[in-house]
Ligand binder design. Sequence first.
Ligand SMILES: [Zn+2]
Length: 483
Amino acid sequence: MMGSTRRRGHRGAMLATLVVTLALVSACSSVVNGKANSIYSDPNMVGGLRVTTGPSGLRPGVAQADLTVENSSGDNIDALAANAVSDIQVYWRENYPKLFNASFQPVDKLVSYDSTTQSRDKVCATSTTDLVNAFYCPSNDFIAWDRGTLLPAVKARFTDMGVVSVLAHEYGHAIQEHAKINPQSTPTIVEEQQADCFDGAFMRWVAEGNAPHFTLNTSSGLNTTLSTMIAVRDKVGTAPNSRNAHGSAFDRVTAFQFGFTDGPGRCVDITTDEVNKRINKLPAQFGDNEGSGEFPVNAEDITAVVTSLNEVFRANNVAEPTISLNGSGACSDAATTPPVSYCPATNTLTVDVAELAKRGQKPSSDANSALPDSVSGDFSAYVLLAARYTLSVQKGLGANLNGALVGLRSACYAGGYAAATTIAGSSVSLSPGDLDEAVSGLLSDGLAASDVNGKEAPSGFTRVQAFRTGVLDGAKACAVVYS
Ligand SMILES: [Zn+2]
């Protein structure tokens, strides 16, 4: 079920500048095995499709779906949700029989409610007052959503397609129930991974132009649907701050990617065994814990992170960049890319502190604050800083700095840096919320995955995959995979 879990305090946090005696930290501690993964390392492809630009959202001029929504106020958000469910049902009417060798039965009904009003009515045996949620109710086979707070907040921050993604995930839970995919004892994480995967399979179909009401481009549009998934989390059956209940942001993007790339059959193959083998391979440092508040993005902490970057990449024996916190970034051989610009000619990294700090701020509008989880934050700003810093390392190693592939390589190096900070003796340390922030940042802001002139790798899939490669295999893998 989809979530009203609000974080108790921020668990993001954690660029703890514990000044410990510094051991030399190497970013290349793990063996690089294997070669470039062509599906994910081609910046122009996403799950076998060309990366596209163009419209995303409700198609103009299409007729409103003919679906009944119980308790609807007749407002636009209910209409949007009904159009979404209508397309999701067209998808499953086509695909359910192929997958399960049985005819498709839609959910019994759709229910709208307003969490901002006091109500004595219950939905799925739950009071709807303050129930900022969207969910599938298995006991009565219906999907319900909060038209008062949740869906308007999702639409405001993640566009129409965010709302569609939320409902595609919830409909995935209905499919699980209808097809009886999972035994009773199935852990929540498995059900969530399947629902994310079904969301991905549906979105592929939308991206291919098959949906009557919606279109989706595979650059910004697809990135937005992934961002929605990371930001809006499930509540029921999950401890509010337990990463394991829904999986890390990496795990969730991976599950979505399975469905998008391989279709809904791959989702059925997500089992307890498969999940146990696949997830939680992150460094132990990213294990669950509570952070102690957002760490600000300011000159002092930027300097601490740069010091830490110097430590991590020192083993490469390349010249460290000069850091400028007040220069213009003007450069004879590259464009300025505020808030962090790298100039190869002078080996200078120019940081606009105030602008970088803005990238680290959580969204603050009323609509945004209503969302269950807001995962942009300090670390998304520091991932951007780290990725731009590594252009200096790449230059030192003799790499080309132009083209979208450089963006992926930079995101990978930033992941390698993140992993290196988990090694004892690092002057900067991260918490699990930081990784979610990193993923969120990579999806919403392409500069952390761009070349020296700011040319972005357009697909969020590949950006996150690149960062993940660095986290899991270390920075040394990046030059191999993204060469
Ligand atoms: Zn769910």
